[in-house]
Design a protein around this ligand. Structure first.
Ligand SMILES: [Zn+2]
Length: 249
């Protein structure tokens, strides 16, 4: 079984094609992990630049084991957000969920919105199933740089990774407007090729295709990422062949 990037996605349209490395997009991946950290840091900073932000951390109650704390997190977080918005109006936030030392989930939250007294936050956090809040701080430009780093510092630590399929970074719709990198992919047909992108590109050119683009390391095509995730999952038991070359199929 090849690792991340060992397979490529090839988009074909007439005699033209684009070749892209297939990425697993896991936090623990040595290629994808750092890329995701960088993206999260950029997203954090972009939203922080739009106005005064405040910062707080929610913990899991001491009675939770690690597994319970992650299982309960989405429901607690939803209840907590609803309580905040009912009382203080809409807030824009970005939240990063990490493991505490004992393995349970805690969440760092940075938000733009009104000041919320710590006593209120603490009480409502506990009522929503979280532990008591340690701290709420208002950010200034120097602190913002620090916070962006602090929010994302644990992302590159594999021992702080959440369980599989757990969404580690969450943000409100208007935290920032994110310009999607990458092109509008014009290709009609997509194939998986059993080769890293640079080799798949050579293969394609040898077969007479005009290669429009070869995706760089860390990049991936800007189409439905659920497709590639599904494909990666279904690669167990995959029989290698190049669809570009019918003789090898
Ligand atoms: Zn990967």
């Amino acid at each position: 079984m090849k690792g991340c990037g060992g397979f490529s996605l090839v988009g074909i349209e007439g005699g033209r094609c684009g070749v892209y490395p297939m990425r697993c997009k896991k936090w623990s991946c040595p290629v994808c992990g750092p890329h995701k950290v960088k993206k999260t840091l950029a997203r954090t900073r972009a939203g922080m630049a739009l106005g005064t932000c405040r910062f707080f951390t929610l913990t899991s109650p001491g009675s939770d084991d690690a597994e319970t704390s992650y299982a309960m997190f989405p429901e607690r977080w939803k209840r907590f957000r609803m309580r905040v918005e009912r009382r203080w109006g809409r807030i824009e936030y970005l939240a990063v969920v990490e493991r505490q030392k004992r393995g349970a989930a805690h969440v760092h939250v940075v938000y733009r919105g009104p000041y919320i007294p710590q006593a209120w936050l603490s009480r409502v956090a506990a009522e929503c199933g979280f532990g008591r809040i340690a701290d709420i701080r208002r950010s200034n430009p120097q602190l913002m740089r620090y916070l962006a780093k602090y929010l994302t510092k644990e992302l590159s630590d594999p021992t702080a990774a959440p369980p599989r399929y757990f969404r580690r970074v969450r943000w409100s719709r208007n935290w920032c407007v994110w310009e999607k990198r990458g092109r509008t992919v014009p290709y009609q047909d997509w194939w998986i090729v059993d080769a890293p992108a640079p080799l798949a590109a050579i293969d394609a050119r040898r077969l007479g295709f005009v290669v429009d683009e070869v995706g760089a390391d860390g990049s991936s095509p800007g189409f439905n990422r659920h497709w590639s995730i599904r494909w990666m999952k279904s690669l167990a038991g995959y029989r290698p062949f190049s669809p570009l070359d019918p003789d090898r199929a």
